[in-house]
Write a protein that binds this ligand. Structure first.
Ligand code: UGA
Length: 436
């Protein structure tokens, strides 16, 4: 419990905003979350999550029932809060590598028109460096002499781990311009700081860049191990024990060295591209080339998976039946944004395969964007008469699957493990041709 119960508003009730609003209510604050999408707000008010996230639904209900969390579609309803968190999306602009900042700009402008202060408006959205400074100018322009300050407080939560990442973050970053704003943010996060969470207090630009560089670094680790995986394939070396051996060096660390189909989702690909766009704009050509390759290597993994699949099918997808296991960009989410699994499935379909896909939770979101693919309710029905089974998202239910379950259902026992998630000996012993 914080010593001070603050009035907090959260603008944008998407993935990040909802998790943050629930987290703030759990810390004991009085929270109101706002989104312009009426449908979303209606569902959240009824304690129903508009997306899949383990554990968040129960906390949403608790917060609402305790009277600590409310929802609205009106900016006017949030004007009284002491601290406003802007959690709106910054998707990649179509046809460009830049982020679309229109929602951030709208949120800051609408708040600045209404907030009388004293208050802070805190950006949480992932933005290109320089945005916080511009938003501070917008706020100053609208609020004149009253005390309304801008701060930047990037968020590092992972889908599938939103509750833990919000309530027990690895670190807190405050990009501030005054001690007063820092003190207010400290009051917001007091229970977390008292728990020993590291805190870095810095300027706007650094706070903005921490976020994008963290995601670019994670992406770089994945593209690095995937580059080495290609060298391993060409030389007969084994990338899994290699990655394990690298990981024992704690300067390198074991995590995010999982070779396979590569990264996807709404964050890593977009943030790498935004950092590339930033380096290009700054005229830092070598840096831009370096970052560009992280994305290029990642995308080439999808082609590699397609090629391996084609080889297993004897040279063509035309007229073949392919069972795809996984649609989400990673396990424990129903998010299919920039999903490598979905991209490979769609490409196989375009090459003439009849694709049947199964995913434990992401089938509906996949169907909304790619209705041309068939969706199957179970692993077994997806595999019926298949010439090839492709595992493309590493859900545990796929990893633990008994090959015998599918052996007599498929037409040919070919399996492509796009995530190095299966146990090859097991599949080979059951008469399957296994590639990864
Ligand atoms: C990522 C970051 O991990 C969060 O810290 C950050 O807050 C978030 O983006 C964001 O910017 O909001 P998330 O997009 O949920 O979180 O996904 P990750 O868990 O980072 O996974 C990204 C992708 O990398 C997935 O497609 C996953 O399959 C892939 N991956 C991960 C690998 O291919 N190999 C690995 O070893 C690890």
């Amino acid at each position: 419990e914080p010593s001070e119960h603050l009035r907090i508003s959260v603008i944008g009730a998407g993935y990040l905003g909802t998790a943050h609003a629930v987290g703030m209510a759990q810390l004991g604050h009085d929270v109101i979350a706002m989104d312009i999408e009426k449908e979303k707000i209606a569902r959240l008010s009824a304690c129903e999550l508009p997306f899949f996230e383990p554990g968040l639904g129960e906390l949403l209900r608790k917060s609402v029932e305790a009277g600590r969390l409310r929802f609205t579609t009106e900016y006017d309803d949030v004007a009284e809060a002491d601290v406003h968190f802007v959690c709106v999306g910054t998707p990649q602009l179509p046809g460009s590598f830049n982020a679309d900042l229109r929602w951030v700009e709208t949120a800051f402008t609408e708040l600045a028109r209404r907030v009388a202060g004293p208050a802070i408006i805190v950006g949480k959205s992932t933005v290109p460096v320089g945005t916080a400074r511009r938003m501070a100018d917008v706020v100053r322009h609208h609020t004149g002499g009253s005390r309304v300050e801008v701060a930047w407080n990037p968020e590092f939560l992972r889908e599938g781990h939103a509750v833990q990442d919000t309530l027990q973050p690895d670190r807190l970053i405050f990009g501030v311009e005054s001690q007063w704003a820092e003190q207010l943010l400290r009051a917001v996060y007091q229970p977390i700081i008292e728990d020993g969470c590291p805190l870095v207090v810095t300027d706007y630009a650094t706070a903005e860049l921490v976020k994008v560089s963290a995601n670019a670094f994670l992406a770089m680790k994945i593209s690095f191990i995937n580059s080495v995986a290609q060298i391993c394939e060409a030389t007969g070396a084994a990338v899994l024990p290699l990655a394990e051996a690298l990981g024992y060096d704690d300067r390198i660390g074991r995590r995010f060295l999982g070779p396979g189909l590569g990264f996807g989702g709404g964050c890593l690909p977009k943030d790498v591209r935004a950092l590339y766009a930033c380096a290009t704009e700054l005229g830092l050509d070598e840096v831009a080339t370096f970052i560009r390759q992280i994305d290029a290597i990642n995308l080439s993994r999808r082609d590699r998976a397609l090629t391996l699949g084609r080889d297993l099918l004897g040279g063509t997808y035309e007229g073949k039946r392919v069972c795809v296991l996984g649609a989400a960009f990673k396990p424990n989410t129903d998010d299919v944004r920039d999903s490598p699994a979905l991209a490979v499935a769609v490409a196989a379909h375009r090459e003439g395969a009849r694709v049947a896909m199964h995913d434990p939770v992401a089938m509906n979101s996949a169907w909304l964007v790619h209705p041309e693919i068939e969706y199957a309710e179970t692993i077994v029905t997806a595999a019926r008469e298949a010439d090839l089974v492709m595992l493309l998202t590493d859900w545990t239910e796929f990893q633990d699957m008994d090959p015998a379950l599918l052996s007599n259902v498929v037409r040919s026992r070919n399996v492509l493990d796009g995530r190095n998630a299966l146990r090859p000996e097991r599949w080979r012993a059951a008469g399957w041709t296994y590639r990864a």
